[in-house]
Design a protein. Structure first.
Ligand code: FPP
Ligand code: MG
Length: 299
């Protein structure tokens, strides 16, 4: 696939995912309209849609062919991701006013509605996924995907990582603590995306474990690149102010190891991820290229 073909394929996937998200949003809203508006505002703010994209590609990789089956789960993971961003931006956490090029949800709707929009997205994510699971030809695959999503988003996943991140902000941290934060706060949802896609395609436990490793490596590379961009990008490109880690006195991979080592780590982890994929009996060229493209991502 040439770079241009890859870019076209990527854009096509983003617009498919956005259609899935729009149609998943709650309908029949009466008096609770404010929360439906806040959910839509945050969900439809134009992120990279990486997590649903990874889920769909893992589903395809392991032979999944009925894509309507996976759509509720793709919507669910993006809702979980979006809730985490809405809450992360709250005054009690990172206190950010901009995200994805616009005002954060609590700035537009107030802190109370910001909290509730996150709560609503999280619940609605599971509501959507459970409805999807009930309609599957093999609901056991849906149950497995739900087990993965709920575990990786929670105390043994993203929330666990966020807790340690918040607790250690402004304090010196060890290599081991930084690794824990990245692995849980960021990798966990990327692992869940790939693993749930695999589970829905009916992949074997061993295959789900292999794709979990891919997610862990992609997540580490992704978070280190996030640290790099916070120092080297521009607010226009990122859609939010740069330098927030310094302002929030956060230890990052870059502050611990320096820029050059950080850049090398992004490349190394991404290559290791692609190697695991190449050693599988199945193949998905787009997925390989997607992971490589993240090494040089600018936002
Ligand atoms: C940016 O994703 C997000 C991360 C790099 C992960 C950061 C982790 C948190 C904010 C966890 C918060 C957890 C709780 C429980 C509040 P992205 O670059 O894919 O964003 P995009 O969707 O806007 O492209
Ligand atoms: Mg944060």
């Amino acid at each position: 696939m040439t770079q241009e073909q890859f870019q076209d394929a990527l854009n096509a996937r983003v617009s498919t995912i956005e259609k899935v998200l729009v149609s998943a949003l709650p309908k029949n809203i009466t008096m609770q309209k404010t929360i439906a508006d806040a959910m839509e505002y945050s969900l439809m703010a134009g992120g990279k849609r990486l997590r649903p994209m990874l889920m769909l590609e893992a589903y395809r990789l392991f032979g999944g062919s009925d894509e309507a089956e996976i759509e509720p789960f793709m919507a669910a993971i993006e809702m979980i991701h979006t809730y985490s961003l809405v809450h992360d931006d709250l005054p009690a956490m990172d206190n950010d006013e901009y995200r994805r090029g616009r005002k954060t949800t609590h700035i537009v709707y107030g802190e109370d509605m910001g909290i509730l929009a996150g709560d609503a997205l999280l619940n609605y994510a599971y509501e959507t996924a459970v409805e999807g699971a009930l309609k599957l030809k093999d609901p056991a695959n849906g149950l497995k995907a739900l087990q993965i999503l709920s575990r990786k988003a929670g105390v043994y996943g993203m929330v666990g990582g966020q807790v340690v991140d918040v607790e250690l902000t402004g304090k010196p941290i060890s290599e081991e603590q930084l690794d824990f934060i990245y692995r849980y706060k960021t990798s966990a949802l990327l692992e869940a995306s790939l693993m749930a896609g695999a589970a829905l395609a009916g992949a074997a436990e061993e295959e789900i474990a292999q794709i979990e490793c891919v997610g862990r490596l992609v997540g580490l590379a992704f978070q280190i690149q996030d640290d790099i961009l916070d120092l080297t990008s521009t607010a226009e490109e990122l859609g939010k102010p740069i330098g927030s880690d310094l302002r929030n006195e956060k230890t990052t991979y870059v502050s611990l190891h320096g820029m050059r080592e950080a850049e090398e780590a992004v490349e190394e982890y991404s290559k290791e991820a692609v190697e695991i994929l190449e050693n599988l009996s199945e193949e998905n060229e787009f997925l390989d290229q997607l992971i490589v493209s993240l090494i040089h991502r600018k936002k």
